[in-house]
Design a binder for this molecule. Structure first.
Ligand SMILES: NC(=O)c1ccc[n+]([C@@H]2O[C@H](COP(=O)([O-])OP(=O)(O)OC[C@H]3O[C@@H](n4cnc5c(N)ncnc54)[C@H](O)[C@@H]3O)[C@@H](O)[C@H]2O)c1
Length: 434
């Protein structure tokens, strides 16, 4: 049985509407964006090799790919890889505060990619940009947080008939899509890139582990050594954050709602406490749960003077910023990305990056070397969709295991590392129950 829209045999063109003008901050920033993209491209050898193959094989000829990701140097390298494969990408931001305006400018000016993203855009502009991208008649949706897929299902249902599928970058997006599947609402196939081992085992853990701390340090220049750091959520990101805090000499307290990761954290040597108890102890709080209301009014009220609050989960709902606003008698900006809230009880709390993804708001996001793996997955997921979408009924998919291993193998090779191969005897031994 075949599903979805069948793409015509080559040559075909699906570009049925003219691409609109970009909406970016300043095209004159393009040079700076180009140089920074070049720097990061050097750390992305796996994506680079895929890009070279795409340029030869042109698997996406004349397909329009809507891209909703953090507009960073790494994303720009993914976008140019997809473009090398013959696609026409159209780009918007997955977060209003993570856009790097010089990268947006370079994509638009040097690569002719329509970009709808300005750092600090207000919620209306952010939403309008999502609609701009969907109105370009995309064939494929490339998402980070499922905003494109959910907006298409809510407001652009006619477009859905022509969309062959999508890909999803992050845990929160995959959670939203799982909910759509449970409710019978998802009408296209989506590949959960986050669920590839070469994505979450590396990007979420080592990427978020390093970049969340990087963002916090850039914002505050605080000393982690000797501080009590409360890490809320011990999933893939939480494991990375907790281990990096420990590496810098911080004392980690983990809060969890699931007994298994909580036990794992305890056996890893971290103190495990309910947030109600941890709230009064922390000097620094880092939320990475993908959930909402993790730090609430009750917790804010008992925090120490000078406590800092940062979020590295996808949405800005993990720390209850409204409660913080309500408790504050005065608020002022102390440094870029550091807001001081003076409470009636005389204590001062410091919110970093407005409670949005601290690694992207106060830093540059993950290092390119780890995004090499995530975006190799994205690039191959788009290729997989184009080749296989007719055999993919609506639902959530993961990339085949061999793709994961191919990406890991290419990364090892680029690092100059080799591994052993099974001997025939070893293979027989493993295959035999005797
Ligand atoms: N900052 C980044 O660049 C970045 C990168 C990857 C993922 N993310 C985002 O980070 C979040 C976490 O991702 P993950 O891959 O670690 O997810 P995960 O599912 O592996 O882990 C989340 C953990 O949080 C726990 N949790 C849920 N509610 C909680 C609560 N109220 N208190 C304490 N713990 C709670 C869960 O039990 C789980 O163990 C998601 O929103 C994801 O999209 C951010």
């Amino acid at each position: 049985m075949k599903f979805g829209r069948r793409l015509p045999k080559q040559p075909f063109t699906s570009l049925q509407s003219p691409v609109m003008e970009s909406d970016i901050r300043d095209p004159d920033l393009a040079e700076s964006g180009a140089v920074r993209m070049e720097w990061d491209a050097r750390q992305m050898p796996v994506l680079h090799s895929i890009k070279d193959r795409f340029a030869r094989e042109r698997p996406f000829r004349d397909l329009r790919v809507a891209v909703c990701l953090h507009i960073s140097t790494k994303t720009a390298n993914l976008v140019t890889a997809i473009k090398s494969g013959g696609a026409e990408p159209v780009v918007c931001a997955s977060n209003p505060l993570s856009t790097q305006d010089d990268v947006a400018a370079s994509l638009a000016v040097h690569h002719g990619v329509p970009v709808f993203a300005k750092r600090g855009e207000d919620p209306d502009t952010f939403n309008r940009h999502l609609h701009n991208v969907l109105e370009s008649n995309p064939d494929i949706l490339l998402d980070d947080g499922a905003d494109l897929v959910t907006t298409a299902h809510r407001d652009h249902r006619r477009q859905l008939d022509r969309i062959i599928g999508g890909t999803e970058e992050t845990t929160t997006g995959v959670n939203r899509l799982r909910s759509m599947v449970r409710n019978g609402d998802l009408t296209i196939p989506v590949i959960a890139v986050n669920d590839s081992k070469t994505k979450h085992l590396f990007d979420n853990r080592f990427g978020t582990g390093q970049s969340a701390l990087d963002g916090i340090l850039r914002a505050t220049n605080t000393l982690i050594a000797g501080k009590t750091v409360v890490v809320c959520g011990y999933g893939w990101c939480g494991r990375g954050v907790a281990s990096r805090v420990r590496g810098l000499g911080g004392q980690v307290i983990v809060t969890e709602v699931d007994s298994i990761p909580a036990l794992e954290a305890a056996m890893e040597g971290f103190r495990v406490l309910p947030i109600d108890e941890a709230a009064a102890l922390g000097d620094l709080f880092i939320t990475v749960t993908g959930n909402r209301g993790v730090i609430r009014r009750d917790h804010l009220e008992v925090m120490k003077d000078g406590a800092m609050l940062a979020n590295a989960g996808h949405f800005d709902v993990e720390i209850d910023v409204q409660a913080l606003d309500a408790l504050a008698i005065e608020k002022r900006s102390l440094r870029p990305n550091v807001e001081e809230y003076a409470l009636a009880n005389g204590r001062r709390l410091h919110l970093l990056g407005e409670g949005r993804l601290v690694n992207l708001v106060a830093g540059e996001g993950h290092p390119a070397a780890v995004m090499d793996l995530s975006f190799a997955n994205q690039a191959l997921a788009v290729e997989h969709l184009v080749a296989r979408h007719e055999d993919m009924p609506p639902g959530l998919y993961t990339l085949p295991d061999e793709v994961d291993r191919e990406i890991a193998g290419l990364k090892l090779e680029s690092m100059g590392l080799a591994i052993d191969a099974l001997t025939p005897e070893q293979q027989d031994y493993l295959d035999s129950w005797r």
